[in-house]
Design a protein around this ligand. Structure first.
Ligand code: HEC
Ligand code: HEC
Ligand code: HEC
Ligand code: HEC
Ligand code: HEC
Ligand code: HEC
Ligand code: HEC
Ligand code: HEC
Ligand code: HEC
Ligand code: HEC
Length: 324
């Protein structure tokens, strides 16, 4: 357990100094976090060893940590800038002894004693993505258990491709850049989709990329999120099309919304995949167009959009043909 993670020592240091109002609540919260870290750490050990140099170093002892007051002596502006960082909650773990910085930078005694020898401190900006991810995931594996199987990890991104601990530009989540610009920096092709005539209002700030995607990885295609009841994420907001209906239109559930809609944006109204509704329907119902079914004579169904009669196209509780 005695690796470079002071948090795991929480049980020794937490109690003293608990005179402040609200501190007990904080400590309870942090104790939870501490346990999470301890568990995550145990699980991630092989990955850390694979990460190389760092893991080969002897496990640091408690006396290798000096506390953030010492860091402040030479990094005053960094320490000042940290005052409102959510990570300052970690400070309270050790009765205000302030080991905050070293939770991420590793033990700092040797670095401090050598007058700031940069080879004796862990600098995430100079580390490999795998090393950075392992470090952050010591504490965040519980909330982001799928990162190491995500397309972003596979593509060699790390947490700090999107997050900035010391220089965040957002009020929440310590992001480098707000959404959607953050995502467009690398996904320029997707940006074009949201400029189409019919699109989800992402650039307008109504919907966010991360409403539909969890960039930290999921078990779905394209990092997609699920609804709480394990359906496609779309019905979280579009509850009226969710059903269940007495008369389901099978492709809505079987093929999913993408059988007919483009998720980001489209040239067609209602973000449909095809310019003509009838062409869309006839991919699966081509004999209908022919037409004996409607009794209207060949081709007559082509004159009006199918949905002018088959209105409740996602399903109906009243009519098996989704008529009005
Ligand atoms: C005696 C002064 C001193 C103390 C104390 C000190 N540092 Fe430094 N630190 C430096 C100097 C000098 C540099 C090099 C700055 C530069 O090159 O711009 C540095 C660089 C760093 C870097 C960047 C390393 C790199 O690769 O460029 C980190 C991270 C860092 N310090 C963290 C810490 C932390 C965390 C603490 C407290 C545990 C700490 N320092 C304490 C003087 C100090
Ligand atoms: C949650 C993890 C985390 C904590 C806590 C943390 N840092 Fe950092 N620090 C980083 C990361 C990541 C970088 C590298 C790149 C960046 O800026 O995102 C960094 C970079 C640095 C640097 C070098 C770049 C610069 O801004 O000069 C210094 C110095 C530094 N940290 C000092 C500190 C000090 C002092 C503390 C405590 C007040 C601290 N850090 C707390 C993650 C952390
Ligand atoms: C591709 C960009 C990207 C990468 C890579 C990334 N994040 Fe995030 N992260 C975000 C965005 C955007 C949010 C805010 C929206 C959300 O929660 O999905 C966020 C939110 C978070 C949150 C706060 C919300 C929560 O669910 O707990 C934490 C903690 C976090 N990220 C940690 C990490 C860690 C640790 C890593 C590396 C293992 C990482 N992130 C990698 C973009 C990224
Ligand atoms: C020693 C444990 C620890 C480490 C290491 C750590 N974090 Fe955190 N992180 C925390 C705690 C504790 C919080 C506050 C949680 C809360 O507010 O409930 C937090 C909060 C966050 C948040 C959410 C901020 C918000 O606005 O909600 C993000 C994003 C985040 N961390 C990213 C990172 C990244 C990226 C790294 C690696 C560079 C990292 N963390 C390393 C413990 C840690
Ligand atoms: C630093 C560059 C970078 C940033 C920033 C970034 N991504 Fe990515 N993203 C990639 C790379 C590289 C891949 C893997 C290759 C690919 O599929 O394009 C990827 C993959 C993805 C995938 C999976 C694609 C698939 O085919 O499975 C989704 C979804 C995604 N990113 C969404 C986002 C979102 C949403 C954001 C903003 C919160 C974001 N990305 C920010 C670089 C980035
Ligand atoms: C309304 C939900 C939704 C929103 C909002 C959304 N996406 Fe997607 N995204 C999807 C779905 C669904 C797919 C899967 C498409 C498929 O499988 O054909 C997808 C696929 C992707 C892919 C994989 C490549 C591709 O073109 O299919 C990337 C990359 C991506 N999205 C990035 C983003 C970015 C960046 C944003 C924000 C600017 C964003 N998405 C917003 C639902 C959404
Ligand atoms: C976070 C909530 C949210 C999610 C998740 C979501 N949408 Fe939307 N959707 C919206 C909003 C908001 C609009 C814009 C409504 C408006 O302009 O009146 C919209 C518009 C639409 C429209 C056009 C409606 C019209 O009247 O023109 C379609 C079609 C659509 N979404 C399909 C989908 C599909 C398919 C998915 C899943 C890939 C999805 N939505 C996921 C919020 C969401
Ligand atoms: C079989 C094709 C098909 C499938 C599958 C489908 N839709 Fe639609 N959807 C349509 C058509 C066609 C329209 C346009 C109806 C019109 O113009 O009257 C539409 C319209 C919409 C609208 C606009 C408002 C409304 O209710 O008419 C939303 C929102 C929507 N669909 C969401 C979804 C979601 C979410 C899913 C997945 C759960 C989904 N659709 C699956 C064909 C489909
Ligand atoms: C991806 C394939 C697919 C698409 C696209 C599709 N459907 Fe269907 N539809 C089906 C299937 C499968 C059934 C059930 C077939 C059956 O029972 O004969 C069905 C059933 C129906 C029924 C009820 C038939 C009955 O026997 O009661 C109607 C009406 C219908 N579709 C109309 C439409 C319309 C209008 C469109 C275009 C907006 C459309 N469908 C698009 C696959 C599709
Ligand atoms: C003028 C109104 C109208 C238009 C336009 C229309 N339909 Fe129909 N459709 C009907 C009626 C009415 C029925 C019979 C419903 C019943 O059996 O109760 C029907 C039945 C169907 C059925 C079920 C056939 C069966 O075996 O029972 C399908 C599938 C269907 N339509 C598909 C389509 C498609 C695809 C289009 C567009 C190419 C279309 N319809 C256009 C009115 C229309």
């Amino acid at each position: 357990m005695h690796e470079d993670v002071p948090v795991t020592r929480i049980s020794h240091g937490a109690a003293p100094g608990s005179k402040r109002p609200g501190l007990r609540a904080f400590l309870t919260l942090l104790l939870g976090a501490g346990m999470v870290c301890a568990t995550a750490l145990a699980g991630s050990r092989p990955a850390k060893q694979a990460a190389g140099a760092q893991a080969k170093a002897a496990a640091p002892a408690a006396s290798d940590y000096v506390g953030s007051d010492v860091c402040a002596a030479c990094h005053q502006s960094v320490v000042d800038g940290f005052a409102n960082n959510p990570h300052t909650k970690m400070m309270l773990m050790h009765g205000d002894k302030g080991i905050t910085c070293e939770n991420c930078h590793g033990p700092g005694k040797a670095h401090a004693e050598a007058g700031g020898d940069v080879s004796k401190i862990f600098d995430p900006a100079k580390a490999t993505p795998a090393q950075v991810n392992a470090m952050c995931l010591k504490c965040h594996a519980q909330t982001h258990p799928n990162f190491l199987r995500s397309p972003h990890d596979k593509a060699g991104l790390s947490c700090i491709s999107c997050h900035s601990i010391h220089d965040s530009k957002t009020a929440e989540y310590l992001l480098k850049t707000p959404q959607p610009q953050l995502c467009y920096q690398c996904h320029g092709d997707i940006k074009a989709k949201f400029n189409m005539p019919f699109h989800h209002p992402v650039n307008e700030g109504v919907v966010q990329c991360t409403d539909c995607h969890d960039v930290h990885g999921t078990f779905q295609n394209a990092n997609l999120r699920n609804t709480a009841d394990q359906n496609m994420i779309c019905t979280k907001c579009h509850t009226d099309v969710r059903g269940p209906f007495v008369y389901e239109h099978p492709p809505v559930k079987a093929d999913g919304c993408l059988a007919c809609h483009s998720p980001h944006g489209s040239e067609n109204a209602r973000m449909l995949n095809m310019p003509s509704i009838n062409t869309l329907c006839n991919q699966c119902h081509s004999p209908v167009a022919g037409d004996t079914v409607h009794g209207m004579g060949a081709g007559s169904a082509e004159l009006a959009p199918c949905t002018s009669c088959h209105t409740y196209i996602h399903g109906s509780n009243i009519n098996a043909a989704f008529l009005r």
